[in-house]
Design a protein around this ligand. Structure first.
Ligand code: C2E
Ligand code: MG
Ligand code: MG
Ligand code: MG
Length: 288
């Protein structure tokens, strides 16, 4: 009896694994077809100059509209796309799409595009960036490429050379999610980033946690003295914004100003007006 139970339990467990694996394999298959099916879209989140409260540009953030599951988070599908190598053509599509969109905006506005470490491995990154710039007609100085320190963790020699080639094109290079990795200070020595984006985990409890406030202050001071722009991610409250401005952060980004939006909903943010004049365009999340 005990044996039979054991077998049943095991069998049940195995079935659970099976269905998870099956679901994952199905999503994997869907992902391979999603590009051809036109299921990807770029959303754009405004980036705000802290001093003037005006929009300085946008970050492109990928969305996958799955025909059955609805919106799938990039936190879920980007790692899958990296695993199956799809991130290379998908990343090239995003670069081109983002540059084309940005070319329709007023000339002062920038566009930031996230890059995967896998795109560096492909060795086709520099040509893909050149292609996006030339076929969109966007000035290189308006394009920012966001990388995480994992790019400098593996194959750092080759990837550093690629970063320098990209910089020579005139594009700007940002260190994204700063503070979440291993030895962030070392990476700042390896490459002269144009911008540091302080990870949202340090902003979240800025009001309650003096440690986070100290870290934000130190990173801002460090970055500014290295001549870099400092952007705080995940700004959700007026308190956080006031504090970040006080600490000297150059730019802020977060739900307080706007969530990522489809290209068709950017109108009010392209006018050069101050964010306070755009209150009707700001989301209800202000109430948080
Ligand atoms: P990320 O580049 O650090 O982007 C910031 C994330 O924070 C975005 O999540 C954005 O929607 C979210 N966010 C913005 N403001 C707030 C806020 O006030 N509060 C909170 N809680 N979150 C906020 P999203 O769009 O889900 O993207 C997640 C990550 O997926 C990105 O992190 C990036 O690493 C990756 N990703 C997105 N699009 C692309 C892409 O085109 N290529 C690559 N390689 N990665 C991408
Ligand atoms: Mg980013
Ligand atoms: Mg980030
Ligand atoms: Mg992130």
């Amino acid at each position: 009896r005990a044996k039979a139970d054991g077998r049943n339990t095991f069998h049940f467990f195995e079935q659970g694994m099976d269905s998870r694996l099956r679901a994952r394999r199905a999503l994997d298959l869907d992902l391979r077809n999603a590009m051809a099916a036109g299921e990807f879209e770029l959303y754009y989140q405004p980036v705000i100059t802290a001093r003037s409260s005006t929009v300085s540009g946008f970050e492109a953030l990928m969305r996958w509209h799955h025909r059955e599951r609805g919106m799938v988070s990039p936190a879920e599908f980007i790692p899958m796309a990296e695993e199956i190598g799809l991130i290379v053509p998908l990343g090239e599509w995003a670069l081109l799409q983002a540059c084309r969109e940005a070319a329709t905006w007023p000339a002062g506005l920038t566009i930031a595009v996230n890059l995967s470490p896998v795109q560096f491995k492909s060795r086709n990154l520099v040509p893909a960036v050149i292609n996006a710039l030339t076929s969109s007609g966007l000035a290189a100085s308006r394009l920012e490429l966001e990388i995480t320190e994992s790019v400098l963790l593996q194959e750092s020699e080759v990837n550093l050379a690629t970063l320098h080639q990209l910089r020579e094109l005139g594009v700007h290079i940002s260190m994204d999610d700063f503070g979440t990795g291993y030895s962030s200070l070392g990476y700042l020595r390896q490459f002269p980033f144009d911008k540091i984006k302080i990870d949202q985990s340090f902003i979240k409890e800025l009001a309650e946690n003096p440690q986070d406030a100290a870290i934000v202050r130190a990173v801002t001071g460090l970055g500014i003295s290295l001549g870099m722009t400092i952007t705080a991610e995940g700004v959700e409250t007026q308190f956080q914004f006031d504090r970040l401005r006080l600490e000297g952060c150059t730019e802020v980004q977060g739900y307080l100003f706007s969530p990522p939006r489809p290209a068709s909903a950017l109108g009010p943010f392209l006018t050069g007006r101050q964010m306070t004049e755009l209150s009707d365009a700001r989301p209800a999340i202000l109430a948080i």
